[in-house]
Design a protein around this ligand. Sequence first.
Ligand code: GRG
Length: 285
Amino acid sequence: MEALLGEILARDAGVSGQVPERLAAAMRHGALGGGKRLRPFLVLESAALFGPPPAGAAEVAAGLECVHCYSLIHDDLPAMDDDDLRRGRPTVHKAFDEASAILAGDALLTLAFGLTAGATGLSDAARLALVSRLAQDAGAVGMVGGQALDLAAEAEDSLTEAQIARIQSMKTGALIAYACEAGAILMDAPAADRQRLRRYGEIIGLAFQLADDLLDETADAATLGKAAGKDRERGKKTLPALYGQDWTRQRLAALVQEAETVLAPYGEAGALLVETARYIAGRDR
Ligand code: GRG
């Protein structure tokens, strides 16, 4: 994925000579050099449940990673989370400047839709469904809406579990659910498989966020490659803050079980995705 993203950015944000050099460099800084690449992995592994994925599956996966990278660049800005460190390196607005960071994020988001719409070897129906699904999951009813709710919640004294769950399912969960559903969509899998993969994505999205919140409390900045302990410092409402670390670990174990049940119809073919749920729930960075 790293190599493909590098090629795409060289092609679409560099060697063509049409992209302003500073913008191209800011895009590369935000998209390359680190990251677990979890979302593209989920796209490709979900697709592989239904047979060998076409070449364009990697472009769909790279498009999703561009959306994710844009969201991190914008989230790190002073107007949002105001972070200096991301993936162990200065954030884009620190390495460049705020305007460059905003524009690099905008350009990566736009590039994502171009990559998805132009993915080779997919049916027209699949490309259309992917673009439409991505627009929902990345937009105001998905990730951007979740970020807006999260920012608004900073002014609240307390939130209920349902309110926290809603914010997280939109802000973090929607893109992870898209990753898994996209695998089924690009393979033209039946609607029942699309729904099953989406459900799996929702479960691991929840686990991902819980693990992230737990890590914020338990890990250090050197391990995370970003600041730690920020949630508690800012009085951020998370489920580990509400219910404690033991409850969170039990909930994570239950979510892994649930993921296993949802994937049971795929038998051995689903083993790697079950393993991924376990990794997400137990991750240490
Ligand atoms: C600015 C529109 C907009 C949205 C921002 C994704 C997001 C919404 C904010 C990131 C804040 C955050 C720390 C959320 C917790 C979960 C999360 C998305 C962590 C980062 O994802 P990883 O761990 O990152 O997959 P890497 O670096 O591995 O790609």
